[in-house]
Design a binder for this molecule. Structure first.
Ligand code: ADP
Ligand code: MG
Length: 256
């Protein structure tokens, strides 16, 4: 059999994986006297699997999502205030289809970034476009383009992606200009696309993040909470897990 000529034709058709496994797979099929249809099915399935894996790897890279944080590696026993059923429900990514938001509140180390990223990974796997920024990164990006009206920024990643994961709201207070840019961002996404936000500050303290501007804070909260799934994580820091074990568990570590 002339594998080379078949492989060349496959390459011509832009099949990316099959040409390299053609010989092995065909030899086995002949040896095992496989049904031709089953053989084709296997060949095509492997090509699809290969492309799917590559698509996910590329989208993960583009998204900028932190590495190594997945929903199925989250330890719910350690953080009982996180409702597993609620996370599972969100993992269908229906909230993205409905343009709803997800908000994670809690002190440092309780898994806000982990859960936000885990949902982002799910969204990538399901084929949604996803981008991850810390609030600081988003603001510096928006500042660079602040002379372009937002209406003309349609193609910017923080507007066009189906899901924006925005991490670490509240670590730094914003000035008036930054507060205005942040409002513009929230307004641009309102009912048009989902946002996941993590924050270490509770809502009653948000006015302090937004330059003590009560009007802007209310406008941001209004839009963000209009359709939102909210998690209030109230537990110990996973980063200090071993430290707490050494202290015989229980109690909040003094370091925080
Ligand atoms: P936060 O964003 O709330 O400060 P992170 O999500 O960054 O906290 O969590 C800190 C570290 O601990 C990360 O490496 C994360 O993967 C891990 N982590 C936090 N909570 C859990 C958990 N319940 N199960 C497994 N790993 C966790
Ligand atoms: Mg975090």
């Amino acid at each position: 059999m002339n594998y080379e000529s078949v492989a060349e034709k496959m390459e011509y058709l832009n099949l990316q994986h099959i040409p390299s496994i053609l010989q092995d797979l065909t030899d086995t099929a002949v040896k095992e006297q496989q049904n031709p249809l089953a053989y084709f099915e296997r060949l095509l399935s492997l090509e699809i699997e290969f492309r799917e894996e590559r698509r996910i790897a590329t989208s993960m890279k583009i998204s900028g999502l932190p590495k190594g944080m997945f929903l199925d590696t989250f330890d719910y026993m350690f953080q009982p205030s996180v409702e597993k059923a609620k996370v599972s429900f969100l993992s269908s990514c229906d909230f993205i289809r409905q343009k709803e938001n997800v908000l994670f509140f809690g002190p440092p180390g309780v898994g806000k970034t982990h859960l936000a990223t885990g949902l982002g990974v799910k969204a990538v796997e399901m084929g949604f476009s996803v981008i991850y920024y810390t609030v600081e990164e988003l603001l510096s990006l928006m500042k660079k383009r602040s002379d372009v009206p937002l209406l003309k920024q349609r193609r910017q990643s923080y507007i066009k992606n189906a899901l924006v994961v925005l991490d670490e709201l509240g670590y730094q207070a914003m000035d008036r200009t930054e507060t205005h840019l942040f409002f513009q961002f929230i307004n641009a996404r309102y009912v048009k696309g989902s946002v996941i936000i993590t924050s270490n500050r509770s809502v009653k303290d948000w006015v302090g993040i937004f330059a003590n501007d009560q009007m802007a804070t209310t406008a941001i909260l209004d839009r963000l909470f209009h359709r939102a799934h909210i998690f209030n994580i109230d537990g110990n820091s996973y980063r200090l897990k071993d430290f707490q074990l050494m202290q015989n568990g229980g109690g909040k570590p003094m370091v925080e």
